[in-house]
Write a protein that binds this ligand. Sequence first.
Ligand code: PGA
Length: 258
Amino acid sequence: MEVIIQDGYEAISRQGAQIVAQTLNAKPDAVLGLATGSTPLGLYKELVRMNQEEGLDFSQVTTFNLDEYVGLAKQHTQSYHYFMHENLFQHINISEHNIHIPSGTTDNYPAFCESYEQRIVECGGIDLQVLGIGSDGHIAFNEPGSSLSSRTRIKTLTSQTIEDNARFFESPDEVPAYSITMGVGTILEARKIILLANGANKAAAVAGAIEGPVTSMCTASALQMHRDTIFLLDKEAAGKLQMTTYYQWIQDKMPGAP
Ligand code: PGA
């Protein structure tokens, strides 16, 4: 695990986008795992800029999104389909055929979940997974209590997540109670993972994920079991970590490492 603490949101967004760009430069047909929510918006904005101004090429890229609300059609303005097209896909040269987002309106969820997992395998697995973190420590919609080896499935949202996400809806009652989400086990199979977090409301979850015990009560803590995860944090999100001096020391010493 690598922990990088930056001054602010812009810096973590830029660094996240640079890691995506490095992945695509090394492997133009890379498979990206993508997240929604407020956190990755800056990263997506930077990727759009890199695509439009620097020619960062998405023509051979395949994407898999982490999750979707159950019951929201693709056209719903709060669906993650809509979010991804609005904030990234419609602005870059990605092929529609290569975009995968879990369906919130399938009539057979178990079959869809299985086929989603299969499709990831058929595409060669996820090279780089982008993650945010919930204030309850979730990654994707793997709420506390989710098995750390879970696969894509239906998950009931916690009242905390419903409250957190109500800001996007007219009222908390409109937030769907269920999601379809990649599992923790699915996420851990990605070759490389970056988790972005900003703001003081993420500090407790971030501390639990990095320095707490590995526990299904904070599913982001499962990333301690992953061998190539980078946490990109702003100062506020890093505010409850105990070992920040050491994380900074590591960054300072990195150029001279043998
Ligand atoms: P946010 O959500 O980026 O909107 O804070 C993160 C998450 O729930 O994973």
